[in-house]
Write a protein that binds this ligand. Structure first.
Ligand SMILES: NC(=O)c1ccc[n+]([C@@H]2O[C@H](COP(=O)([O-])OP(=O)(O)OC[C@H]3O[C@@H](n4cnc5c(N)ncnc54)[C@H](OP(=O)(O)O)[C@@H]3O)[C@@H](O)[C@H]2O)c1
Length: 244
């Protein structure tokens, strides 16, 4: 079987580790791209020790450092078969005057999309490639707790939908992943949230299987699909009064 290469952006989270393991096990070499040098090299060493036949290259990128995007992209060895973007930063809204909003929007959408388009341009030229991108159910209907993060994730969902339409006649595959809660090692979830959460290893597995089955939009579970379906049906006059 010929080897393929996948780039994972924001690879140093729990889900990134689990996806790295699965793709390595399934004959992919890895390009891991993250902002933290130490976490990056720990992940590289770990994957290399677990999967001796996998070539792992690592690059540092802070997505908020727009000036370095093209430099980092040019350094990466090509060709690349696909890219998985896990980059995200959650943020609870306390004041509408919060100056941090702009960096939340840039991390989750504007600057992320700038970097992703380098990959998409090459995929378009080669007429093949895949992009798997983590958005969130928070992008499906805005609520007061996290609507700045949610609005950036909504923009990302729209970007992916539009790109799917734009690349429809080419050999590009784009998947939008819509998780509810992820039960990461450091997560502080309450009991109900824990009940609805998915482990990073199960989510990674779901993503890999959905990729093989060419599913274009997936939720982390059937329950989340149902929750969001119900929420989408609520009239604004009721939804705006909810406290959650
Ligand atoms: N956790 C949840 O409950 C949940 C729910 C729905 C959707 N999601 C989405 O699922 C994805 C994975 O989430 P997660 O909670 O597992 O991990 P996470 O802790 O939110 O972080 C995801 C990755 O983004 C990276 N990142 C953040 N800001 C960055 C920047 N400026 N430059 C470069 N990398 C940056 C992080 O790097 P560091 O390792 O250096 O911090 C990390 O590798 C995210 O897109 C998230 O929005 C999460």
């Amino acid at each position: 079987m010929t080897k393929k290469t996948v780039a994972i952006i924001g690879a140093t989270c729990d889900l990134g580790f689990e996806l790295s393991k699965i793709y390595a096990k399934n004959n992919y070499d890895l390009i891991i791209i993250s902002r933290d040098k130490e976490k990056n090299s720990n992940l590289k060493n770990l994957i290399e020790s677990l999967s001796k036949n996998t070539k792992v290259s690592s690059y540092e990128l802070d997505i908020l450092d727009l000036e370095t995007h093209s430099k980092v992209y040019n350094l990466i060895e090509k060709p690349i078969d696909g890219v998985i973007s896990l980059i995200g930063e959650t943020h609870n809204v306390r004041s509408i005057k919060d100056q941090k909003f702009i960096s939340i929007i840039n991390t989750n959408y504007t600057y992320l999309v700038n970097f992703l388009t380098f990959f998409l341009n090459d995929f378009e030229t080669n007429n093949k490639g895949f992009l798997i991108c983590l958005s969130s159910v928070a992008g499906l209907r805005g609520r007061k707790k996290n609507f700045i993060y949610g609005s950036a994730k909504a923009a990302l969902i729209t970007f992916l939908s539009g790109s799917r339409n734009y690349y429809n006649n080419s050999n590009l595959f784009l998947m939008t992943v819509l998780p509810g809660f992820i039960n990461n090692k450091g997560s502080k979830l309450n009991n109900l949230e824990k009940l609805l959460a998915i482990d990073p290893s199960s989510l990674a597995n779901k993503i890999f299987v959905a990729h093989q089955q060419k599913k274009e939009v997936i939720y982390s579970s059937f329950i989340w699909r149902m929750i969001m379906f119900t929420i989408s049906l609520l009239p604004t006059i009721i939804f705006k009064r909810l406290k959650f």
